[in-house]
Design a protein. Structure first.
Length: 547
């Protein structure tokens, strides 16, 4: 064999190796010089991960510091399916520790088209820790916070709730979200090829949200809810609301709604049940509105408490005939007796003396037809008549053809109890409270005296509290019928009053929607009495009546 043939083969191999080396070297130069930045980004994406660290949400506490809404430690478990070496083993491990369905997890973890999936949001921290100790490749863990309401259903309608991402979705959780939420942080984590965290190379700490202190007193709130629950059950009612106010400061000590729900299980409650009826819903107030007409007539100097009128049991106002609810004969009544006996005819007579413009003005001065400024989502402004017919001067003074919210009515009576000064109702303790004078101190005293008679010998005797003077007013109003006119079977019964009447410390309003017995003095007044009696004892307010 010629020696040239092996030499030729050696030279050919050498040339091939040289070409391969040149190609490899060229490729390396190309990758490092031209594509270096893009490949670096790809490598960073595979080995570096930026994780958002949610900020701890501020707590909500009652006026005494009792925790109503808090954050509890939880762990979110996630995965990068591209880094999960054995999806079935990972699914079995996660399912066993977190008590999830392994079959559902397997489909998620086996989907390598995705770079990030949740395994469990806000799982129990201890269970997640046990899973983390297994060192399953491709799984990641970070701490989060789960919103918890330690008092269960207490004040749920006021608090509202925060969702899975700790964003406020309703109630004060929504209204105060900016204050409570804080600011999220970030961490950049280095991972090995199996997705396990090796180091944190960059971190921006989260800023914790601020705590909020409410005016609510949890024991008063819980008692009010309990009383409403029993009231609804006793009278077969659709719903009920209660508001307890400090008339001097405007602080809401309790705001209860029945039916209730547990904010920890808010997805199970209907939107209807979650509504805070004390702020968002309106009702025709009936006789509790009569205090505005009497206040206007007294303030305008048209009458005094002792001014007497001869009143028939019915009156014709334009095309409408209006009757008394409790009287069948003609009778002489003073202004004081008109309010104490809740006379429809007497109140209309006073309204006719006032006239349309002055009556409308007095309704506005007491805060009807506009929001109270309580800063609660969905607060209703109520409804004043958009137009006047000939009979409006007969129906409006006795609480028909107007819609108010429970908190509006409570604030109006608080103004009477506070020497004539209206204080803005509020749920969060702060130093900025709007106040304005509505009526004079003299007229305030006259109205309080008249409303004492409502409880002593008028329509509200069931509201009496042993050892205390109570000043208040009953209300019974037929509900508007969707088909037109008013229902003959559906009513709202209410009572609102101040106690102790000699030096008011509390204003309590109760409304009961569609009770089986319609009268406010029978249905709502006893509930007022129970709420007021508990509050007076709990707050250690001294009696103002000598036994």
């Amino acid at each position: 064999m010629s020696r040239r043939l092996p030499n030729r083969r050696i030279r050919l191999l050498l040339a091939l190796f040289t070409l391969a080396f040149a190609a490899t070297f060229g490729r390396a130069v190309w990758l490092q010089a031209v594509h270096a930045q893009g490949l670096d980004r790809l490598a960073q994406g595979q080995h570096h991960a930026t994780v958002v660290i949610p900020a701890p949400r501020g707590s909500i506490v009652d006026r005494n510091g009792l925790r109503l809404a808090i954050g509890r430690r939880a762990t979110t478990v996630y995965a990068n399916p591209k880094h999960v070496a054995d999806p079935r083993a990972a699914a079995i491990a996660a399912g066993r520790e977190l008590r999830l369905d392994p079959e559902e997890l397997y489909g998620t973890l086996a989907d390598r088209t995705r770079g990030f999936v949740y395994v469990a949001r806000k799982a129990d921290a201890k269970k997640a820790d046990a899973l983390q100790r297994r060192g399953v490749a491709g799984l990641g863990f970070y701490s989060e916070e789960r919103r918890v309401y330690p008092q269960g259903p207490v004040a749920a309608h006021v608090l509202g709730y925060a969702g899975l991402d700790n964003k406020g979705l309703s109630g004060l959780e929504l209204a105060l979200d900016r204050t409570l939420a804080g600011r999220a942080g970030r961490e950049t984590v280095v991972r090995d090829p199996f997705g396990r965290a090796l180091d944190i190379i960059r971190a921006t700490p989260a800023i914790e949200g601020q705590d909020v202190r409410l005016t609510l007193d949890a024991p008063l709130q819980a008692n009010a809810e309990s009383v409403l629950r029993l009231t609804v059950r006793r009278w077969g009612a659709l719903a009920a609301s209660a508001v307890v106010l400090d008339p001097h400061s405007g602080e809401v000590l309790a705001m209860a709604v029945e039916p209730g729900y547990d904010a920890n299980r808010f997805p199970e409650a209907s939107r209807e049940t979650q509504r805070n009826r004390a702020v968002t819903d309106t009702y025709e107030p009936g006789s509790t509105l009569k205090v505005v007409t009497v206040a206007g007539a007294l303030s305008e100097g048209l009458v005094t408490p002792s001014t007497a009128f001869m009143l028939a049991p019915k009156i014709q106002v334009a095309d409408r005939e209006i009757h008394e609810a409790h009287r069948t004969g003609t009778e002489q009544m003073t202004v004081a007796e008109i309010l104490a006996q809740s006379s429809n005819i007497g109140t209309i007579t006073l309204a006719q003396l006032l006239g349309r413009d002055r009556l409308t003005s007095w309704l506005g001065r007491f805060g009807f037809g506009k929001g109270t400024g309580i800063h609660f989502p969905g607060e209703s402004a109520g409804i004043l008549p958009s137009y006047w017919s000939g009979s409006t001067i007969g129906t409006l003074p006795i609480g028909h053809g107007i819609a108010v919210t429970p908190v509006q009515m409570a604030a109006a009576y608080a103004a009477v109890a506070n020497g004539g000064v209206w204080a803005q109702p509020h749920l969060v303790i702060n130093g900025q409270v709007q106040k304005r004078r509505v009526i004079s101190r003299r007229v305030s005293g006259q109205l309080m005296s008249m409303m004492r008679d409502v409880v002593v010998e008028g329509t509200g005797t069931e509201a009496a509290v042993d050892g205390y003077q109570v000043a208040g007013k009953t209300g019974t109003a037929a509900k508007p019928d969707p088909q037109g006119g008013y229902s003959t079977s559906k009513y709202v019964a209410s009572f609102v009053g101040a106690v102790p009447a000699s030096d008011p410390r509390l204003v309590v309003l109760v409304t009961v929607d569609e009770p089986s017995t319609i009268w406010g003095g029978t249905v709502a007044a006893p509930a007022f009495q129970q709420i007021a009696r508990f509050a007076l004892q709990y707050l250690e307010i001294p009696p103002d009546v000598t036994p």
